[in-house]
Design a protein around this ligand. Structure first.
Ligand code: TYM
Length: 335
């Protein structure tokens, strides 16, 4: 059976990288499999958060996901902290994961930066909690952007080691090793200011990203100011080699209009950015405006959002609690 799990942190706005790299695939998968999506607030506190801002961020992320097309009737949508299994299973899996495995995680190195000694222990063990998120539901498929690939390999390694350690005495495989789903022409959307950095919620420059809450004028202005080179667009993909910023904008056009890179270049090759950028801004606005409108209509309806979170968490618990009970039996806590 195919079961899908994925998560997003409730810090900052949903941006175009999240949407094209992951959320769009979540929306599509709702019709193909049982889907479970979580706003991962336990992950958010691995770095300092202001409680009031976090509270609002969780509510707004739930609203943004629904605005982007998640349907709480067709998927399970909930904030991670409401289902205690995530934290409890993470502890058990921390005893399966090896220090050497975590030491290889590039995201910890990037996020802890020069002050590794001052980073929280939670930031270091973050990928084990991520594995617990997935394995608590015995999820088989995990739709994410390219940047999560290494964490998913770790989740697979943890699943396999846990199965090897406890499967024989338990009498069967505890966890199916989950598979990443990294699909589409925009699995790594780059910053509009720097083609070598990914578009990110934590980039201090708001000019670097398109937020799903940006209005048409803001989007047009950000695209107009996006960094490019002076050359015209090539007619073939090979001509994009070494042109990171141009590649990023062409990828965005392809993803937003459901065309391949080759098709976009067949249509726009020879154009300079003076012509291509307004065309890109137009398709972006057309795609995002309905999402923004739905988000604005829902974001302040605290009771509707609360009802969705409560019901999603109940449904998530109903799947995850029996899995944790199996884990407790497998390791020897219960008979
Ligand atoms: P997060 O909150 O950073 O991002 C959410 C999703 O958006 C994708 N993404 C991007 N895709 C393309 N281009 C970009 N510039 C870009 N930026 C972000 C991410 O790959 C992700 O799919 N650790 C995860 C959250 C998480 C999770 C999980 C994911 C917690 N538990 C279990 C999958 C399964 C994270 O911080 O995503």
């Amino acid at each position: 059976m195919k079961r899908v799990f994925s998560g997003i942190q409730p810090t900052g706005n949903l941006h175009l990288g999240n949407y094209l790299g992951a959320i769009r695939n979540w929306v599509r998968m709702q019709d193909e499999a049982e889907c479970i999506f979580s706003v991962v607030d336990l992950h958010a506190i691995t770095v300092a958060q202001d409680p009031a801002t976090l509270r609002r961020g969780i509510r707004e992320m739930v609203a943004a996901l629904i605005a982007a097309g998640l349907d709480p009737e067709r998927c399970i949508l909930f904030p991670q902290s409401r289902v205690r299994v995530h934290a409890e299973l993470a502890w058990v899996l921390m005893c399966t994961a090896r220090v050497g495995w975590l030491n290889r995680m590039t995201q910890f190195k990037e996020k802890s930066g020069k002050d590794r000694e001052g980073a929280s222990v939670g930031l270091y063990t973050y990928p084990v909690l991520q594995a617990a998120d997935i394995l608590a539901y015995r999820a088989t498929h995990v739709p994410v952007g390219e940047d999560q690939k290494q964490h998913l390999e770790l989740a697979r390694d943890i699943a396999i080691k846990f199965n090897n350690d406890f499967g024989p005495s338990f009498g069967g495989e505890l966890f199916p090793p989950p598979e990443p789903v990294i699909e589409g022409p925009a699995t790594r959307v780059m910053s509009l200011r720097d083609g070598s950095a990914k578009m990110s919620k934590s980039d201090p420059s708001d000019q670097s990203r398109i937020n799903l809450t940006d209005d048409a004028d803001t989007i047009a202005a950000k695209i107009k100011r996006a960094k490019t080179d002076p050359e015209a667009l090539p007619s073939e993909p090979a001509g994009l080699a070494g042109r990171a910023e141009a590649t990023n904008l062409v990828n965005l056009m392809a993803a937003l209009t459901d065309r391949s890179i080759a098709q976009v270049l067949a249509d726009h090759g020879g154009q300079g950015f003076g012509a291509f950028k307004p065309a890109l801004a137009d398709v972006m606005v057309a795609k995002l405006a309905p999402i923004t409108a739905r988000f604005n209509a829902l974001k302040d309806d605290a009771s509707a959002i609360e009802a969705i979170c409560a019901r999603g968490a109940d449904r998530a618990r109903a799947i995850a609690e029996p899995v944790l009970a199996d884990v407790h039996r497998a390791v020897g806590f219960t008979a």
